[in-house]
Structures are given as C-alpha cells and as structure tokens.
Design a protein around this ligand. Structure first.
Ligand code: ADP
Ligand code: MG
Length: 361
C-alpha cells in the first residue's frame, strides 16, 4: 500500500518542442482512487508512464511510499498498469498470461503462484477460462484477464490507461463497477486515466483535470462540478456542457446588473451576492456560465429572464434538451412535459446560486 507524491513533474519530448506535462504536483493518499481526465493530448498517458517508470521525467520527482522512484526502472517499481488494448500474450493461456508477471518479478514458488492466479481469477469471475487463449475471449473477458494479471502482483499502485475505451457502453458500465469493487476490496492506491468526464466523475474519489499538460483543478467530483475554478473545467465537466454567455457589468450605486448580448437579457444580482463576491466582481465584462440542468422555462411573471427562440427540441428519455439561439450553444435541460415547438419564443430563468462568472477570454 502506498501514498504517492508527485512534485513539479515535467516531461518534454522532441528536445523541448513538446511539453507534455508541465509542473505537475499532486499527492495521492494511500488507498485513494483518483481519476485523471482531460482532452486527447493533454498529457494523461505521459503522466501514467512516468508513474510506471516507462518514461523518464525531464524534471521533478515521484515518490511511492517512502521511496523516491524518479529514476527507478519500471521492473523495480511495485506498480501494475492496465492498458486499453489489454496487452495480453496471444500464444499464452489465460493462466500463463496472469502468471507471467509473477515468474518474471519474484522468486515465488510454483504452488504460491498458482494459488494467487486462481484467487485473482475467481475475484474477476474468470476462473473457468484459465486454459483459454486470448483470441477465444470476448473484449470484456480479455479486460478481466488484464485486470486479473495486475491483481496477482499485489502492487503498491494500480495504473489504468483508458482501460474501457474498447468496450461497448453496457459492458463499460459493468466494468466500471467491477474495477471500483476490486479497488475497494484490495484497498490499493489507483490512478485511472480517461478522456471521458462522466467516467471520471462516477469512478473517482477525487478527480484531476489536465489541459495542455497543466493541472487545472483537483477535488471530489461534486466539488469540481459545483465549483469549477475556470471556464475550461466548467465546460469539460458535466453533460451537456455548461452554457456560456458574454455579459457586461453595469454598476449603479450598490446595484450590479449583468447585461447579455443584444440587450436580450439583464440579470440583477442581489445585494447579498454582490456583497459576497465584491472582491472578485471588479471587471467590466465576464463570461457567465449556467448549466443546462439549472435553466428552466418561465411560466408567468418572473424576474431575470432571458428571451430566446427554440431552435431544436432534443428528447432524451425523461428530459428534453431545448437548443436556444442565445449563444452558439445554449441548452436548457427541462422535463419532457415541457415541449415547445421549434421557432417558439421562450423566457428562461435560472437562480443566482447556480450562476458562475469566469474571466472573459
Ligand atoms: P493523452 O494521453 O492525454 O492523450 P499524451 O500523454 O499521450 O496525452 O500526449 C501528450 C502530448 O505529448 C501530446 O502532444 C503528444 O503528441 C505528445 N507525445 C506523447 N508521446 C510522445 C512521444 N513519444 N514523442 C513525442 N511526443 C509525444
Ligand atoms: Mg493517452
């Protein structure tokens, strides 16, 4: 079991022309499950490969438990990695695939190796597949073997690089739960990389959001969802994505108004809000963020409404997504009983407590 400490980690490729990871510092608690999420190319795999010892950092340090492992070779780290493509040996049986790492890295006697493999196979529900070869298995079964192979080693640290991206949606949901169960049962520290924010939200005790190799925010999923620190995080976490509208600030004595594009809406901030945010409300222009699920269609008189025209009504089961012509992308997520016609004018409202203001880009 181990706590992991990453300090000022940096990785350059091609003699510095690519900075894949930039000054990353992170503490991962013993037994914690963290998800690392961000768009393609943001440095997730590079970070994992440095943790695994497969890539040497340009600068910074990595500590696992009490040991500084920054320059320790992969085979001398007590780390197991699970990949998207399973990476199974095609000519070995499931048993041999799972046993292989133990043969290579320990002096364990055969009986104990066998016992560990059988136990891990039972845990993964593949006890009856031990004599099969990988090409006889389904994608889900292969991924179970890959997980089983990681488990038998009883590593200090589990690393996952988008392990479920090759599976179809229902199997992915099943395997998410399975991975969480195993991690819980074994209490192993885990770092799970994904480009899928929903996966990161549902699986992690804590999520780490990267963009262009730079740490944007880290925190429990609900905290990140409720208090995104910048527009990138706000737009990346949550689905459909947060709506953004540029607003001008008008001050009139103590009163603060936010004015939307083309005079189509005005939002009066309450005195309490203005007071609480006085220190940060100093600019003349912001990007207002509001989540689709926090927008509703006003019926009757209401303050602070936005006028808009419905462009598309997209039904998604119990809800409708109303695409509104206010911003390039503006969606209101409403109950399916609220179903205006395309072309219809609607007035939208949202409450001040759901509003986010970001520095204009
Ligand atoms: P992610 O896993 O988040 O998609 P990666 O860590 O694979 O991102 O890549 C981060 C950046 O580093 C990208 O710009 C990628 O093109 C670059 N990169 C990754 N591996 C190499 C490499 N071996 N040589 C050169 N550039 C690389
Ligand atoms: Mg990757």
């Amino acid at each position: 079991m181990a706590r992991v400490t990453i300090e000022s980690l940096r990785k350059e490729y091609d003699t510095g022309s690519v900075v894949a990871v930039d000054d990353l510092s992170l503490e991962i608690d013993d037994g914690e499950f963290i998800t690392v999420v961000g768009p393609s190319g943001c440095g997730k795999t590079t970070t994992l490969r440095m943790l695994a010892g497969l890539e040497r950092p340009t600068a910074g340090t990595i500590q696992i438990g009490d040991d500084d492992v920054t320059n320790v070779h992969a085979k001398n780290r007590d780390v197991a990695m699970v990949f998207q493509n399973y990476a199974l040996y095609p000519h070995k049986t499931v048993f041999e695939n799972m046993e292989f790492g133990l043969r290579m890295s320990t002096e364990m006697v055969e009986d104990e190796r066998e016992q560990r493999v059988v136990e891990a196979a039972e845990m993964m529900g593949i006890g009856d597949l031990l004599e099969d070869k990988p090409d006889e298995l389904s994608g889900g079964q292969k991924q179970r073997v890959a997980l089983g192979r990681a488990i038998v080693r009883e590593p200090d640290l589990f690393l996952f690089d988008e392990p479920l991206s090759n599976l179809d949606a229902s199997l992915r949901t099943e395997m998410r739960a399975e991975i969480q169960r195993i991690q819980n049962e074994l209490g192993i520290t885990a770092v799970y990389v994904t480009h899928d924010q929903e996966e990161a939200m549902t699986m992690g005790d804590r999520m780490v959001i990267l963009n262009h190799g730079v740490l944007q925010q880290t925190g429990p999923p609900t905290e990140v969802y409720e208090n995104p620190v910048n527009q990138f995080v706000a737009g990346f976490v949550g689905s459909p994505s947060m709506n953004f509208v540029d607003v001008d600030v008008r001050r009139d004595g103590d009163r603060i108004q936010l004015l939307g594009p083309d005079g189509r809406f005005q939002f009066d901030l309450s005195a309490t809000y203005a007071d609480q945010h006085a220190a940060s409300l100093t600019a003349d222009r912001y990007t207002l963020g509001i989540r689709p699920e926090n927008v509703s269609v006003a019926s009757g008189a209401a303050d602070n409404t936005i006028e808009g025209t419905v462009e598309v009504v997209e039904p998604v089961g119990s809800d409708n997504y109303l695409h509104i012509d206010i911003a390039p992308e503006f969606i209101a997520r409403v109950e399916s009983t609220v179903s205006p016609e395309p072309g219809e004018q609607v007035r939208l409202t949202f409450s001040e407590s759901d509003l986010h203001l970001f520095d204009s880009e």
